[in-house]
Each structure stands twice: as structure tokens, then as C-alpha cells.
Design a protein around this ligand. Structure first.
Ligand code: C2E
Ligand code: CA
Ligand code: CA
Length: 433
């Protein structure tokens, strides 16, 4: 019988890794999901062995295997597929950004050198990637594809590479933004702006959405549509979100208004909704900045609920237990899993602005909007329309029973001082549009 486990690292051997890869590839074709394959190679391993001995080399591999286990999630497969080569199968990917995220996590973990009583060595790896079915639809092709990316990456002195053409260019641009973004927070280049949400029943401001702004010293204003996806791919979104929640709660606690409560909503990316420590992050922020007259809302997208709905439902329920409301953002653009709508741990649903802006001219958008409003109400959710730019759209939405409006008709997102002024003017004449 051949061994299924490598004695040095405790990981599956090449053979048993390849059979898991084969199984996973079959599931891809069945379930129409994306799978990522990473081939990870230790640079200069022969030199390390030569300089410090084989026993040290083995300990270094065992250490690397431990770091790889931290990158892998429970359904991912990991194996030692060569002397100094490892394979990692990432299951259930939404896009290639998720595979990049895994690479970045690994690179970050390897930032600190491996050290034992005999020597200290910085582990440098090169990673080749391939996606199934995009790059190959069979296990052996996929492996060859990832190994080819690895060879090209090494030849061109890149840390990691996808097989597609032009990948080098876009990746290097991402790197630049990533590096600048890392110091943006410490250089005070980030801020939160607030866009009012207004009740359609009595026109009173019920809260605001907090939207992040980056005013870069070198690039000028960078749109969140550009830098948020980069932050998501590189793992920086976690500290940014923590900062956003704390800042938004702090600002909202200073809003002057005659009402019992106003809400402040922070966007939370899908990746974070499945992380166990999200409730702790929220609870810590509430302990610091929470006030009885401020209600925190988290805006999540449907994408947060498709990967592992049971897990995200559990996490969202814990957050709701803290008195936080959950809002489903960009509704209608994603998967719209009506099947589990019934149990969805949410309070509010935001109709995507693509439907709202075309409501007047496009009968299909109008129908979809009316349907979403009905459905949401049936499940006890409040409905917010975002992107309301004119009176006609406002009236159409109100007549269909929509509850809250957000959009340029009232205001764009404002810096906190301007938002305070807007609020003061509004409380003086509440019924003005
Ligand atoms: P989103 O969550 O859907 O935010 C609404 C976007 O619509 C905002 O763009 C807002 O300025 C814009 N908008 C509001 N009213 C109107 C209108 O009447 N007409 C039109 N055409 N647009 C309107 P923004 O601020 O550029 O943000 C873009 C996206 O970036 C957001 O989409 C959100 O996905 C992301 N984002 C922004 N701030 C954050 C943040 O702090 N954290 C995270 N994770 N994502 C953020
Ligand atoms: Ca939002
Ligand atoms: Ca939205």
C-alpha cells in the first residue's frame, strides 16, 4: 500500500492530492462553480538544504505546511506534490480575485522568517495559478496549466501568475494601488461620507449610508469602485471595515436631530460575512461608540449568502442579537435566492439603482421593482430604493409602497460637517425635498 500522508509535513502525498483534485474537478462540472488550483514552490530550496542541512529543510517544509493550512478553508484540498512543491485546491470561488486573496494571505504569513535554534531563513515562494473551468476542465490539464504559470512567474521574477494573457499588466497595477492603500489610512487620506436616507411616508431623514472616500496624495480622488475591490482581494478590507464601522458610529453619535433614533449603515463585503470574528468586530465598535439614539445597519450583498448560507446566517443572527440591523444591498443584481428568503436574517432590502434609474422608461424594471417591494413586505422587510434622482421616480416608487429613498434627489454623499448642516436645514423644514 502506498502512503497517503507525507511524514515530513503530515499533508496528503502527490497521489492522494491528485485524486482529491480529480474529485473536485468533477464537482465543478456538476455544480457549475469555479475552482482554483495553486502550485506553490519554495525558491532556492536546494541552497537552503545545502547551507543548513536536510533536517532543517524538513522543519522548514513542515512550517510552510502549517502556514498553508491556515490559508486553506475546510473544503479545500492541500498536498505535498514534490520535494519543495505544494498544491492547494480552492473550492467554491466566486472569481479569480478570491484565488489572489489566498496567495496574498500566504505571502503575508510568510512575511516573518522561519526560525529554529539552528538558523533563520525567510521562506520565499513562487505560485502558479489556474482556474477550472476557465483555464482547463480536466484535472491533469489544470495541474499542467498551473505549473506552466509557475514556470513563467519564476522566469519573469513575479511572485504569482495566472495563465491568461495580459495578467501581468493588470496585476502590477493592482500592486501599486495595494501598496498605496496600505499607507492611506495612516496618512489620513481616507474619510467617510454620508448619504441621507429619507422616509417616503413623511419625508423625514431616517438615517444615512456611510461611504468611504480615498483622496490619494499621488492619484487624487480614487473611486470606491476601484479601491474597494483591491482591498477585498488583498485582505486589507478587514482593517478598513473595522475603521469604517468605528468612524461611522462615532460620527453618528454626534448628529443633532429631534428624533429618537437615526440609523447609520456601513457596507460589509461578502468575504467578511462568513468570518467568525465579524460579530466581535461589531461588538467592540459598539462598546466604544454605540449610543442609544444610533442604530447600526450593515449593508451586505446577496453574494454574502450564496457560498455557505448556513454559516453566514449564523453569523448574521449573532450580529442581529447585538441590536444591529441587516440590509441586503444591490438587490436584484445577484443570485436572488428566493428559496431561502423566508429565513433570511435581514431587516431591510435595497433595490439596486440600475432598476430605480430605469423605472420610468423601462416597463420590465418597473415590474421587477414592484415585485421586489411586494415580496420584501411579505417577509417583513423594509424596502429602500437607491439612486432616486428625480420626483417622477420618487412618486412612482411611493405609489408602489416603497418605504425609504436614497439618491441625488435629496443629496449625494457628504463629508460629515456638510451632512450635519444638511441635517440641521432638514430638521428646520422637514417636509422639503
Ligand atoms: P453601494 O453600496 O451600492 O453605494 C451606493 C452608490 O451609489 C454610492 O457610490 C453612491 O454615491 C451612489 N449613488 C447614491 N445616490 C445616487 C443617485 O441618485 N444616482 C447615482 N447614479 N448614484 C447614486 P460610491 O460612493 O461611489 O460607492 C460605490 C460602491 O463602493 C458602493 O456601492 C459600495 O459597494 C462600495 N463602497 C463604498 N464605500 C464603502 C465602504 O466603506 N466599504 C465597503 N466595503 N464598500 C464601500
Ligand atoms: Ca451600500
Ligand atoms: Ca447599493
Amino acid at each position: 500500500m502506498t502512503a497517503v500522508e507525507d511524514p515530513v509535513t503530515g499533508l496528503p502525498t502527490r497521489r492522494s492530492f491528485l485524486s482529491s483534485l480529480q474529485r473536485q474537478v468533477l464537482l465543478v462540472n456538476e455544480r457549475r462553480v469555479t475552482l482554483g488550483l495553486l502550485v506553490i514552490d519554495v525558491d532556492g530550496f536546494a541552497m537552503i538544504n545545502g547551507a543548513h542541512g536536510f533536517a532543517f529543510g524538513d522543519r522548514l517544509l513542515a512550517h510552510l505546511a502549517k502556514q498553508l493550512r491556515q490559508v486553506a478553508r475546510s473544503h479545500d484540498a492541500l498536498g505535498r506534490i514534490g520535494d519543495n512543491r505544494f498544491g492547494l485546491v480552492l473550492t467554491g470561488l466566486m472569481n479569480r480575485g478570491h484565488a489572489e486573496l489566498a496567495v496574498h494571505k500566504l505571502l503575508r504569513l510568510l512575511d516573518s522568517a522561519f526560525e529554529d535554534p539552528t538558523a533563520r531563513v525567510k521562506i520565499v515562494v513562487t505560485v502558479g495559478l489556474a482556474l477550472c473551468p476557465q483555464n482547463a476542465s480536466q484535472a491533469d490539464h489544470l495541474l499542467r496549466c498551473a505549473e506552466r504559470s509557475l514556470a513563467v512567474a519564476r522566469a519573469t521574477a513575479q511572485r504569482y501568475l495566472f495563465p491568461s494573457e495580459g495578467a501581468e499588466e493588470s496585476l502590477s497595477d493592482l500592486w501599486d494601488i495595494e501598496i498605496e492603500l496600505e499607507s492611506a489610512a495612516t496618512r489620513d487620506e481616507l474619510s467617510m461620507h454620508y448619504q441621507p436616507k429619507v422616509s417616503m411616508h413623511d419625508l423625514r431623514p431616517v438615517g444615512a449610508e456611510a461611504l468611504m472616500r480615498w483622496n490619494s496624495a499621488t492619484r487624487g480622488a480614487v473611486a470606491p469602485d476601484v479601491f474597494i475591490p483591491v482591498a477585498e482581494k488583498t485582505g486589507q478590507i478587514r482593517p478598513l471595515t473595522a475603521w469604517a464601522v468605528n468612524t461611522a458610529l462615532r460620527h453618528a453619535s454626534e448628529w443633532q436631530h429631534p428624533w429618537e433614533r437615526m440609523s447609520v449603515a456601513v457596507n460589509v463585503p461578502a468575504e467578511m460575512v462568513v468570518q467568525h470574528d465579524l460579530p466581535d468586530l461589531i461588538e467592540n465598535a459598539l462598546n466604544l461608540w454605540g449610543r442609544p439614539n444610533v442604530e447600526l445597519r450593515l449593508e451586505i450583498t446577496e453574494r454574502s449568502l450564496v457560498g455557505d448560507p448556513r454559516q453566514s446566517f449564523r453569523i448574521l443572527s449573532r450580529i442581529r442579537d447585538l441590536g444591529v440591523k441587516i440590509s441586503i444591498d444591490d438587490f436584484g443584481t445577484g443570485y436572488s435566492c428566493l428559496a431561502y428568503f423566508r429565513n433570511i436574517p435581514a431587516d431591510e432590502l435595497k433595490i439596486d439603482k440600475s432598476f430605480v434609474t430605469s423605472l420610468i422608461d423601462d416597463a420590465a424594471s418597473a415590474d421587477i421593482t414592484a415585485l421586489i417591494i411586494d415580496l420584501a413586505h411579505r417577509f417583513g422587510l423594509t424596502v429602500v430604493a437607491e439612486g432616486v434622482e428625480d420626483e417622477l421616480t420618487f412618486d412612482a416608487l411611493r405609489s408602489r409602497g416603497c418605504d425609504v429613498a436614497q439618491g441625488y434627489l435629496f443629496s449625494k454623499a457628504l463629508p460629515v460637517a456638510e451632512f450635519n448642516r444638511w441635517l440641521a436645514a432638514r430638521t428646520a423644514t422637514p417636509a422639503a425635498r
